[in-house]
Design a protein around this ligand. Structure first.
Ligand SMILES: Cc1cc2nc3c(=O)[nH]c(=O)nc-3n(C[C@H](O)[C@H](O)[C@H](O)COP(=O)(O)OP(=O)(O)OC[C@H]3O[C@@H](n4cnc5c(N)ncnc54)[C@H](O)[C@@H]3O)c2cc1C
Length: 351
């Protein structure tokens, strides 16, 4: 799926208006590292790629050379729940797990992440914390009962029920066991380990991480037991358990998103599953500066004649519509809005 990058000739096209709509930089790790925000510490040594090969940032430099200005280079949004796709479509293809709230989240040394960094709570704060541990990965430990309900995988090919527009299949999420795409990852995904026994699980986690073993089974067991114990307590002292109980008061979450709280070390809920979570590149929140008509601005703040930029290459509009953070899943709105502004302005300008 990677188109050829070999230059086979040159051509020239001219137009009254040019609209750059080439996407972000997430497929170009070198560019991501170069622009990595200081507030998130050193850039990860290892990342996997959550965007297709064409998201290489090339048009940013080309547009800059044509007089456009890039702003907010250090605004970006990457996920911390990346798993390597066993059936890759693009280079180093990573899938993001959209996790429900129950998995226990441990750092590379087996220490539970601090409150409130629970699965699906705060992406950029979790990224910042993980980078502060000195490692660029972390671990989920969960159970069969949790994975069944709580692992959604991001990407159209991972959600045949939604892309097939089948209500019946979507409703099946409430009843029909571990979804096919998730089961395939449990069997074939290099980041997944399934074991009934905790010490075997931890031994395999150490083997997967490689190098000197960082995880101590006693430490991991202590973290899980401390969590499990709070299930006996109706006014739990564990904020994650309290959050699970809260989530389940909403019917939608109760049906398809949040497993009934249970003890992870009770074999009836097993086997146990460990998932190594890698940093996955995704969104570029800065880019070409534009005005409200999506016209690209130059260093002096003046529009470059005939040049427009929309979508992710323009930081979803303007050069950074979202600020440093963003509201999960709201990125396409900026693409559509900036595209509409550019279309109207360009049509008006060339009429
Ligand atoms: C798996 C996944 C899940 C996502 N989920 C969500 C979500 O739930 N909600 C949300 O809001 N956003 C989501 N996003 C983000 C969103 O999809 C992207 O931000 C959005 O598609 C960007 O749109 P765009 O048109 O700016 O760029 P793109 O969709 O990246 O399109 C760029 C186009 O330009 C072409 N191109 C690039 N360079 C060149 C070149 N040099 N010459 C010619 N053509 C070129 C490419 O081939 C491509 O067709 C997700 C992204 C991914 C990868």
């Amino acid at each position: 799926h990677k188109s050829s990058r070999a230059v086979s000739g040159a051509f020239e096209l001219s137009a009254q208006a040019v609209i750059v709509a080439s996407g972000g930089i997430g497929g170009n790790h070198e560019l991501v590292r170069r622009n990595w925000p200081e507030r998130l510490g050193a850039p990860p040594k290892r990342m996997i790629t959550g965007v297709p090969d064409h998201v290489d940032g090339r048009m940013l430099a080309i547009t800059e050379a044509a007089g456009g200005r890039i702003i907010n280079r250090d605004r970006m949004w990457h996920y911390v729940e990346g798993i390597k796709n066993w059936a890759p479509i693009w280079t180093e293809h990573a899938i993001r797990v959209l996790p429900g709230p129950s998995s226990i989240w441990l750092d590379a040394r087996g220490k539970r992440l601090p409150v409130p960094l629970y699965p699906g709570f705060d992406t950029l704060a979790t990224l910042s914390h993980i980078m502060s541990t000195g490692f660029d990965y972390s671990w989920f430990i969960l159970t069969r009962k949790i994975i069944q309900k709580e692992f959604a995988l991001s990407g159209s090919e991972q959600n045949p029920d939604l892309t097939g527009k089948s209500w019946r299949q979507v409703l099946g999420r409430a009843t029909s066991g571990i979804p096919g795409p998730v089961k395939a990852f449990m069997e074939k995904g290099e980041d997944f380990i399934v074991e009934a026994d905790l010490s075997k699980l931890v031994a395999r986690m150490n083997a997967l991480a490689g190098g000197e073993p960082l995880l101590d089974v006693a430490q991991v067991e202590r973290e899980i037991r401390a969590r499990d114990r709070q299930l006996d307590n109706p006014f739990s002292k564990d904020a994650q358990i309290t959050a699970l109980r809260g989530a389940r008061t909403y019917l939608g979450d109760r049906l398809i998103r949040t497993a009934r709280p249970h003890k992870m070390l009770d074999p009836a809920n097993g086997p146990l599953i460990a998932v190594r979570l890698n940093i996955l590149t995704r969104k570029t929140l800065g880019g070409l500066e534009t005005d409200l008509d999506s016209r690209v601005l130059d260093a002096a703040g003046q529009p470059v004649p005939g040049l427009y930029a929309v979508g992710e290459v323009a930081g979803f509009g303007g050069g950074g519509l979202h600020g440093y953070a963003a509201l999960e899943g709201t990125f396409l709105g900026g693409c559509i809005f900036s595209g509409r502004s550019a279309g109207r302005a360009a049509a008006g300008a060339v009429a």
